[in-house]
Design a protein around this ligand. Structure first.
Ligand SMILES: CC(C)(COP(=O)(O)OP(=O)(O)OC[C@H]1O[C@@H](n2cnc3c(N)ncnc32)[C@H](O)[C@@H]1OP(=O)(O)O)[C@@H](O)C(=O)NCCC(=O)NCCS
Length: 174
């Protein structure tokens, strides 16, 4: 185990610092990643999974089910959400944390749960967050990088967190 860990560490050092996200951002991607199409401006949270195959049939017939999975533009995929093979996610959709997406998701909608169901529109969600005063400005440097595939630097990430904390504390009288 230690040798394997050392080997991986050396490989990572040789590869140098990661400057860009893979197309699946923070998601675990199906090994058939060419069959996962992701539009521009995608953001995904850790633990999310995007699938394009289902190996459950191998045991029974020696074949695996394969279907292309398509994610539109400006989609957000929540923490630990799973997108199943063959699903199409419309533009601007938000997939809630932990959702299991079994069917196509309409554009501009929010889906949650298992199986994922539409609970609102994105615009209604934004309006609700504005009413509740729980939206915080993201720094220009980080916003500029959104959709470019370039990862925010540690310094830019720190500045973002500092600015959110400052605004949060000011609003909440801390
Ligand atoms: C999907 C999401 C955007 C919806 O937020 P929302 O509109 O404020 O949701 P609400 O609190 O109004 O809930 C609406 C309904 O959906 C349910 N719901 C909300 N989020 C849910 C989720 N992730 N899974 C299951 N049900 C959820 C609520 O319980 C509520 O059900 P009810 O009407 O039966 O009471 C948000 O909950 C979410 O999951 N965001 C992603 C967070 C994340 O992954 N962050 C990672 C950081 S990068």
């Amino acid at each position: 185990m230690r040798i394997l860990h050392l080997f991986k560490t050396v490989i990572n050092i040789l590869k140098g610092p990661s400057k860009s996200y893979p197309k699946g951002m923070n998601s675990i991607m199906d090994p058939l990643s060419d069959l996962v199409v992701i539009g521009e401006g995608f953001i995904s949270a850790p633990g999310s999974i995007i699938l394009a195959h289902d190996a459950s049939t191998i045991i029974h017939c020696g074949k695996t089910r394969v279907e292309k999975t398509i994610i539109g533009k400006h989609v957000f995929l929540g923490a630990n959400a799973v997108i199943l093979p063959g699903v199409e996610v419309g533009d601007n959709a938000i997939i809630g944390a932990g959702a299991v997406v079994t069917k196509n998701v309409p554009s501009d909608s929010i889906v949650v749960g298992n199986p994922a169901r539409v609970v609102s529109t994105v615009q209604d969600y934004i309006s609700k967050c504005e009413e509740r005063n729980v939206l915080y400005q993201v720094t220009d440097e980080v916003l500029k990088k959104h959709g470019t595939g370039i990862k925010a630097s540690p310094q830019e990430t720190k500045e973002l967190l500092d600015s959110v904390y400052a605004e949060y504390n000011q609003r909440n009288g801390k």
